[in-house]
Design a protein around this ligand. Structure first.
Ligand SMILES: C[S@@+](CC[C@H](N)C(=O)[O-])C[C@H]1O[C@@H](n2cnc3c(N)ncnc32)[C@H](O)[C@@H]1O
Length: 169
């Protein structure tokens, strides 16, 4: 019994830690996946990374659409990572990788598209890392909020949905 309590405690701590490190878990709306996929405009061989991928639902939708692209989901909360791993396994998708890790420690140097749904203050904190590491031509897509200090190239709006911002480096 104590082992179950310990696992539960570890899951809770990692959930709270992730919420504090960037954003609590709130999923991107499924009806907005298509707009994200269109904005990402992934070409064969390109790499898409989602920083804070939650249960990996956006990653799976992107990977299913762009089968010749490489999709990475990075997540700090243990339970979400386990759920993502299971869902990826069940999906049969082979072009997707879910990793346990902190967005602030990710290597973004070979990434073509970054997708994030984090808090505005987290966007502000991660902005210098994006500026330092992303290659020219890389695209950054954010959900709900723009990155403070950057001018979006596209503000994608849809009635009854959230705003999606595209930034081209
Ligand atoms: C608002 S939710 C969005 C989840 C998912 N991207 C989606 O759109 O459905 C933010 C997610 O980022 C994770 N997160 C927060 N800070 C993080 C960090 N520094 N590194 C990795 N993941 C982080 C949280 O655990 C949470 O699952």
């Amino acid at each position: 019994m104590w082992i179950l309590s310990l696992i539960g405690l570890i899951i809770l701590i990692s959930f709270a830690y992730a919420a504090n490190a960037g954003a609590p878990w709130v999923p991107t709306w499924k009806k907005d996946f298509e707009r994200i996929i269109k904005l990402a405009d992934l070409k064969p061989g390109e790499t898409f990374i989602e920083l804070g991928c939650g249960n990996g639902r956006v990653c799976r939708a992107v990977a299913a659409h762009a089968k010749n692209a490489h999709v990475i989901g990075l997540e700090l909360s243990l339970l979400q990572v386990w759920i993502s791993w299971l869902q990826v396994k069940l999906s049969g998708l082979t072009n997707i990788q879910i990793k346990l890790g902190n967005a602030f420690h990710a290597d973004l140097s070979s990434v073509d598209v970054v997708y994030m749904f984090l808090m505005p203050e987290t966007y502000e904190k991660i902005r210098p890392k994006l500026e330092a590491e992303l290659k020219p031509g890389a695209r950054v897509i954010t959900y709900v909020w723009a990155i403070p200090g950057w001018t979006p190239d596209v503000i994608n709006e849809a009635e009854g949905s959230q705003k999606i911002f595209l930034f081209q480096r």
